[in-house]
Design a binder for this molecule. Structure first.
Ligand code: ADP
Ligand code: ZN
Ligand code: ZN
Length: 675
């Protein structure tokens, strides 16, 4: 058989059988190493290998999964070829479309194709369907009909299938989910498949439960709480079209199917659509690419769209649809900003919050407390007015550093901690960085008669936490739900009428140009959990700095006001969407070597940029906000450019500068976490 015949066959299930003994059959495979090229192995006689399947090979002394690109009998260049050890898949589990997606991912996020394939494909070796759906009362069909506002958007999306993507900008509880479900119901009978992305595993089970009533066994779930073999089982069912709708987290964006009809990206602003290991892809961009290449509808939705997404709508790249009111005349909650005077745990529940909590629970309603203590580097804050220090050059929060100075983690600017607050003169300069854990105990002590449920990254890791929470909330067994940002995302509990944010200031000072956007969207989202049912809701946001202009937008539910002011700030300082960023992080156990490497990386970047005439700006190197994790020192460089190609080319040509023992380079294009 010739090489060409292999390239243009259409039948995905064709199987190549190598009977011909005197012809050595070879397979070109990719492996998940940072190497650009594919490798050639010999196919043992009698082994039936299909392109687009996985095999096991020995590479550099290790047995690894490899991804078969093609099988051929071309003269081998090297007669010392190793045999393929074994088959993993007996039939193809993907096709040329995934290869194309992997090439796109590798090119744009500067990984190898093998790494991109390993990211996209499930790692399980043997499909297993033993997965118990974690709900008691499945299969309740809830018949809904879109209201007038929803129907207009539905029609507009169906009539504009050619648009690259759609954004449904609808306040919390406005009925976006119903529109996605209706769209899926329209597309699936046409033989199309639908991928429905949610930002959190906990949300995927909620959406799954809601959709199971509509789609039954046509539905699969896809996220990392499944075992690798369960994921493989679901991957194959979706690939074969045995199930037409998939609900999943980020990596579900790579799912393959006979014909892709739509990708829904719920809560599109959420940071979890960005991957944290190589290739550091963003599911939003992968979805847009599949819109182009596979003609899929892409429908994103949010109550607080990412600044970059709304900007894309204003530029005409995406189509904007707006839902202005809550479904069924529920009103938006009233938001009150309450100033507190100390960050000490024992003062963390203000009188206003205390009274409102008691009143709410006495009225038979439920309460959410947001304890925003996601990972952040230590800051100093004026305990009187909430002032924190910003870098004069980058306008982002500075952090308290190991060497007792304030450090800007973008440009490396360094400054002493002031003795008094430059804004109000107070000498009450406090270091905040930990200690918030204790707040939970304080809440329990404060309200000994109430039932408290805690939801955070640790507790939600257990499989049953969220289903249990949902069941107990719905039965009215929980009085106060306390949690980190997880509680802000997507819950649709109808009996919550009070939301309390304990210390809004924490998120404000992240060393990240997106910190205002994040805190704004977090506060709006958590506020959106209040008053979703028949009774009006209230939100109490506690802060040290009630004069912060952000709160004016929040109190008025004024997304556009926030957006305009944020966009202006980004334009002035040249942050996305006006530029593209990359972050290059070098880590290693020996700090001197890390610093030497990052300096030679910087030099290489400067030389390559000059040679390529690439218009880029290099910030740093600086120690990263988390300057040391697990024994590794971390230093980084931020690169800015108006052209992402210039970024990619310059970095691609310079990356070789980081070499040697024990130093590792992490490349992040369009970074989301800058910690
Ligand atoms: P969003 O996704 O915008 O936050 P949801 O789709 O969750 O909003 O809708 C909020 C609430 O309103 C949910 O309880 C949902 O079941 C209900 N709802 C929305 N649209 C309809 C509809 N057309 N018919 C019946 N109930 C609806
Ligand atoms: Zn002050
Ligand atoms: Zn700076």
């Amino acid at each position: 058989m010739s090489h060409n015949q292999f390239q243009d066959y259409e039948n995905r299930f064709i199987r190549i059988v190598c009977f011909i003994h005197y012809n050595i059959m070879l397979a070109d495979v990719y492996i998940s190493y940072p190497l650009e090229e594919f490798y050639t192995y010999r196919v043992p006689v009698g082994m039936n290998i299909a392109p687009y399947s996985r095999v096991r090979v020995n590479f550099a002394g290790k047995n690894l999964t490899a991804y078969v690109l093609r099988v051929h009998d071309n003269e081998p260049k090297d007669f010392e070829l190793k045999d393929i050890i074994d088959l993993i898949d007996h039939d193809p589990i993907y096709d040329e479309r995934l290869m194309d997606l992997a090439r796109y991912t590798a090119l744009n996020y500067l990984s190898s194709i093998g790494e991109a394939l390993a990211m996209a494909l499930p790692s399980g070796l043997k499909p297993s369907k033993r997965y118990k759906i974690p709900f008691d009362k499945l299969g309740v069909v809830i018949e809904t009909q879109l209201n007038h506002e929803q129907k207009i958007i539905f029609d507009d999306i169906i009539d504009n299938k050619a648009a690259l993507a759609h954004l449904i900008f609808g306040i919390t509880g406005s009925g976006k989910t119903e529109i996605y479900i209706e769209l899926a119901r329209r597309l699936i009978p046409q033989g199309l498949s639908v991928i429905y992305l949610v930002p959190e595993i906990s949300l995927s089970s909620m959406i799954f439960e809601r959709m199971y009533g509509v789609f039954g066994d046509d539905l699969i779930i896809y996220h990392s709480h499944l075992t690798p073999n369960q994921r493989l089982h679901n991957w194959i069912r979706f690939y074969r079209g045995e199930a037409r709708i998939a609900v999943g987290t980020r990596s579900a964006v790579f799912l393959q199917c006979p014909k892709l009809g739509m990708i829904v990206i719920d809560e599109e602003h959420d940071g979890s659509y960005k991957e944290h290991s190589t290739p550091r892809y963003n599911a939003r961009r992968i979805a847009l690419y599949r819109s182009k290449t596979e003609g899929a509808l892409v429908v994103m939705g949010s109550a607080t769209p990412a600044v970059e997404t709304l900007y894309a709508c204003e530029k005409g790249v995406m189509k904007l649809h707006t839902l202005k009111s809550r479904y069924g005349n529920a009103s938006l909650p009233e938001i009150e900003i309450v100033r507190i005077n100390s960050t000490k745990p024992k003062h963390i529940i203000s009188t206003a919050l205390k009274l409102n909590t008691k009143r709410t629970i006495d009225a038979g309603r439920q309460v959410i407390y947001l304890l925003n203590r996601r990972g952040f580097a230590p800051i100093v804050i004026c305990g009187k007015c909430g002032w924190t220090m910003e870098c004069p050059q980058c306008s982002i929060g500075m952090n308290y550093h190991r060497d007792r100075h304030m450090l800007c983690h973008y440009c490396g600017h360094r400054q002493a901690v002031p003795a008094a607050c430059p804004k109000c003169g107070s000498e009450q300069i406090e270091k905040v960085g930990s200690g918030t854990q204790r707040v939970e105990e304080i809440i329990e002590k404060e309200f000994p008669d109430f039932t408290i449920f805690r939801l955070d990254q640790d507790s939600s890791r257990k499989k049953d936490t969220v289903p249990e929470l949902i069941a107990r909330m719905n039965r009215g067994e929980v009085n106060i739900l306390v949690g980190t940002q997880l509680v802000a995302k997507g819950f649709d509990f109808h009996n919550i009428t009070l939301v309390g944010v304990l210390l809004a200031d924490i998120g404000m000072n992240m060393p990240d140009f997106r910190s205002s956007e994040r805190i704004f969207s977090l506060l709006m989202q958590v506020a959106g959990r209040s008053g979703r049912g028949d009774a009006p809701g209230r939100v109490i946001i506690q802060t040290l700095d009630d004069q912060n202009p952000l709160f004016r937008f929040i109190r008025n539910h004024d997304y556009y006001g926030f957006y305009r002011s944020e966009l202006e700030a980004r334009r002035m300082l040249q942050y996305p969407p006006f530029t593209r960023l990359a972050r290059l992080l070098v880590r290693g156990a020996n700090e001197a070597r890390v610093i030497a490497s990052i300096n030679s990386l910087k030099q290489a970047l400067e030389e390559q940029a000059a040679a390529l005439k690439a218009d880029i700006r290099i910030l740093g190197p600086s120690s990263a906000p988390f300057g040391r994790i697990g024994g590794n020192y971390r230093h980084h460089i931020i690169v800015k450019s108006s052209s992402v190609t210039a970024l990619q080319e310059t970095i691609g040509a310079s990356r070789g500068a980081v070499t040697g023992r024990d130093v590792y380079l992490e490349i992040d294009i369009d970074p989301y976490e800058l910690m």
